[in-house]
Design a protein around this ligand. Structure first.
Ligand code: SAH
Ligand code: F3S
Length: 481
């Protein structure tokens, strides 16, 4: 009742709170990790209930939201440039309001209002449910900030509005936050403590997606392998849980099995795995269920034991190599990808060579590679000097990238002449006559369209490859279609 009164008061022409006859337009842009893109879908859903329709036209927006990334300084600079662009549009449309969401909002808090004059609204990753209230503060002519981090919020009850969707693949969040405290990483500060989502709501979302025609789900979290459901609460409080709760606790391997069984015709992926938390049961369930894709994103960050220790990664190089050996033993067709940081404080040439040597040993199918960027407030920033010159960081990065490209080509070459199963996602970027989709190993495959359509699972015979793409010809539907 109170809400209705509120809305009628705000129903004047300048109000951002929309009504059936006063639909407002929301333009939302996302940067950074998949979790941010997934969170934007939650934000769009929350604001739709407040009368906002999403638009892809910036100029016609009443509210512009940018979901931001703080992982490296460059990511923040990109967003600041984007805010300048929004500013130029605000000159034409002064009623337009601009909000910053996500990790930059959490890191800089109300300082953002002073630093970026264009910003009216600052909302951290755990505060999106407060958006209706925050938007009404904007309506009242104020700026609004909520950066409270939560120990419980997982947005389990919100049905995300799928944005820019291909109608075939979707993300489903299963954990939020991270408790790992890698010394270089800002995420534990911006996304807070680790929380797992109720499996019942995960399965419900997956079933809804299947009903809507989706064929592949990526289970998302900063650290999916540490998923643990024992009735709610922080993972670290598990030690205090009752024996009944412990006996019925659900781990990530159990959740994977639950998903795979619930929708046997759907494909499942997951991201990201921290090697220290990956259990043999996850690997065994991947082997047991055909519909769990044979690809693991397994960031290592460095091949040197000294650097791994300084990064507070909880495994050695040898333990990592053993894990990879185990994966290959149970899943001979599984591809592995990585994240790598070049030029962490005190990284010597020998440490760098250890990284190249580890890559040579594993021959990853692909990777995301970065130069180290010092992030304020992290343990590395507080305790270690960012002492590797930019030129050295860049040279090491280019050596790592060159090696990865060679390995990607080699890995792709292994598919030459083979038949691989592809889920068609969309028209290829390069040709309207070709489909693009991924095989279970997460390799992009392009082939002539023929009579197939998005969402079809097809068998493709590979006849060409680059380091980034496989090319081939579809020879028929897959038995799993
Ligand atoms: N577990 C997370 C990792 C988030 S950060 C996930 O779900 O993806 C993604 C990658 O960014 C990290 O694996 C690391 O390689 C890189 N990264 C994080 N902090 C960085 C920093 N300060 N400088 C350079 N790269 C960084
Ligand atoms: Fe960051 Fe390490 Fe967690 S990279 S997101 S602190 S696993």
């Amino acid at each position: 009742m109170e809400k209705v009164i509120n809305e009628s008061i705000q129903g004047c022409s300048t109000s951002l709170i929309g009504h059936n006859n006063n639909i407002k337009k929301l333009y939302i842009e996302s940067y950074g990790c998949q979790m941010n893109f997934s969170d934007s879908e939650i934000v769009a859903s929350i604001l739709r209930k407040e009368g906002f329709n999403t638009t892809s036209k910036l100029k016609e927006a009443d509210l512009v939201l940018v979901n931001t990334c703080s992982i490296r300084d460059k990511a923040e600079q990109t967003i600041r440039k984007r805010l300048e662009k929004f500013n130029s549009i605000k000159q034409i449309n002064p009623k337009m309001k601009v909000g910053v969401l996500g990790c930059m909002a959490e890191r800089l808090k109300s300082k953002l209002l002073d630093e970026e004059k264009i910003v009216d609204l600052v909302v951290g990753p755990d505060a999106y449910k407060d958006l209706p209230n925050l938007v009404s503060q904007l309506d009242a002519g104020n700026s609004a900030v909520n950066v409270l981090l939560s120990k419980v919020e997982t947005y389990a009850d919100i049905d995300p509005e799928r944005l820019n969707t291909n109608g075939v693949t979707a993300f489903v969040s299963i954990t939020r936050g991270c408790d790992n405290m890698c010394t270089f990483c800002v995420v534990p500060f911006t996304r807070g403590r680790e929380r797992s989502r109720n499996p019942i709501s995960i399965i419900k979302e997956i079933n809804d997606l299947w009903e809507k025609g989706y064929k592949e789900i990526t289970l998302l979290g900063q650290n999916v392998d540490s998923y643990l459901w024992y009735g709610g609460g922080l993972k670290k409080d598990y030690s205090k849980a009752s024996s009944i709760q412990k006996a019925s606790a659900l781990r990530f391997s159990d959740l994977l099995e639950l998903c795979a069984k619930e929708q046997p015709k759907m494909r499942f992926r997951f991201s990201t795995s921290n090697p220290q938390d990956m259990s043999i049961d996850v690997i065994k369930n991947m082997a047991k269920y055909d519909n769990i894709c044979n690809h693991i994103h397994l960031p290592v960050q460095s091949g040197s034991d000294d650097i791994l220790k300084a990064m507070n990664r909880q495994h050695t190089r040898e333990e990592y190599l053993n894990l990879v050996k185990n994966i290959k033993k149970h899943l001979p067709n599984c591809t592995i990808s990585h994240d790598m940081i070049c030029g962490f404080p005190n990284e010597s040439e020998k440490d760098h060579q250890d990284t190249l040597d580890l890559m040579e040993n594993i021959k990853y199918s692909f990777g995301y590679m970065f130069t180290y960027s010092e992030r304020p407030g992290t343990a590395a920033a507080r305790k270690l000097k960012d002492n590797i010159p930019v030129s050295v960081k860049k040279r090491r990065l280019s050596e790592v990238i060159d090696l990865q490209q060679r390995h990607s080509s080699e890995r792709n070459k292994e598919f030459f002449g083979q038949v691989t199963e592809v889920l068609i996602e969309k028209t290829s970027k390069k040709s309207d006559f070709e489909w693009a989709g991924r095989n279970p190993q997460n390799m992009m495959v392009v082939f002539p369209k023929k009579y197939f359509k998005p969402g079809d699972l097809v068998q493709v015979k590979i006849n060409d490859y680059t380091s980034a793409t496989l090319r081939g010809v579809a020879i028929g539907y897959s038995k799993n279609n």
